[in-house]
Design a protein around this ligand. Structure first.
Ligand code: SF4
Length: 229
C-alpha cells in the first residue's frame, strides 16, 4: 500500500464519529482544483508510511477512535486495498471510503464483502464533460455503475461535487443531479483556494451564496437532502 499520510484524529471526516484518516498516494485523475497535489503528482510524493506503522498506531487507539477514513489520492487504484481494509475492520473500526468512483469493480467487491460502513463518491461533472474536468480519458459506464452500486447499497453514503465557478455552470450541476436522482444525500462542496494542482486555480472564486442556494433548491426536486459546505 502506498500510504502518503496518516492523520491521527479527525472530528470532521466521518460525521458523528471520531476517526483517523489514512491518505493513499496516487490518483488516476488530474482535477486542476485538486487540493491534495502531494498525493496526486508523483514528483511531489513523500516517502511512504509503512502499513505496519498504521496498524501499530490503530492498535493503540482502540476505544479512543471509532473509525478510519481512507482517502487520497484515489484509494481504489491500490491493489491491496481490500486486504488493507479487512485488517482494519478486524480491529473493530468502522470504515469510510472517499472515492472518485472510477473503479466500479473495486467498489463492487468492497460492498459485496461488507467492508465499508460509509462511502463518499465525488461526481466531477456531467458525463459528457468528465474528461474535460479530470483531464484524463474516463470510462463513464464505470462512473455510472459506481453510482448505481452506491444507490443500491445499504450503507451510509454521500455524493459530492466540488463547485468551481470556471469549471461547472449551473446547468452542469443540475445535470449531475439527474445522474444521482433519488439519492439520499448530495453535498455541494465550496472550493477552498488554499492548495491546488494547477496554481492558477488559487485565484478561483466561488459562486455567490444566493446562487448556490437556488441551485440547492432545484436539486432538491431529485435528491432528498442537499448540503452546501
Ligand atoms: S480531486 Fe480527487 S480525483 Fe481529482 S486529482 Fe485530486 S485526488 Fe484525484
Amino acid at each position: 500500500m502506498k500510504i502518503g499520510g496518516l492523520q491521527r484524529v479527525s472530528l470532521i471526516d466521518y460525521p458523528g464519529f471520531i476517526c483517523a484518516v489514512v491518505f493513499l498516494q496516487g490518483c488516476n485523475f488530474r482535477c486542476s482544483y485538486c487540493h491534495n497535489p502531494e498525493l496526486v503528482e508523483p514528483r511531489l510524493f513523500q516517502p511512504c508510511i509503512k502499513e505496519k506503522h498504521v496498524f501499530e498506531f490503530l492498535s493503540t487507539r482502540k476505544g479512543k477512535l471509532d473509525a478510519v477514513t481512507i482517502t487520497g489520492g484515489e484509494p481504489t487504484i491500490q491493489k491491496k486495498l481490500c486486504d488493507f481494509i479487512k485488517q482494519i475492520k478486524k480491529m473493530g473500526y468502522a470504515i469510510k471510503l472517499d472515492t472518485n468512483g472510477s473503479q466500479s469493480h473495486v467498489i463492487k467487491t468492497l460492498l459485496a464483502e461488507e467492508l465499508l460502513d460509509f462511502i463518499s463518491m465525488d461526481i466531477k461533472a456531467p458525463l459528457e464533460r468528465y474528461k474535460e474536468i479530470v483531464k484524463v480519458p474516463v470510462d463513464s459506464e464505470s462512473i455510472m455503475e459506481s453510482i448505481r452500486l452506491i444507490l443500491k447499497s445499504k450503507i451510509t453514503y454521500e455524493f459530492r461535487t466540488t463547485i468551481v465557478q470556471s469549471q461547472l455552470d449551473e446547468d452542469d450541476i443540475l445535470r449531475i443531479g439527474k445522474l444521482i436522482a433519488g439519492a439520499g444525500h448530495y453535498v455541494l462542496q465550496k472550493f477552498v483556494p488554499i492548495k491546488a494542482l494547477e496554481k492558477e486555480f488559487l485565484k478561483e472564486k466561488n459562486y455567490p451564496d444566493d446562487k448556490l442556494q437556488r441551485i440547492k433548491k432545484s436539486l432538491e426536486n431529485e435528491i432528498r437532502s442537499v448540503t452546501i459546505r
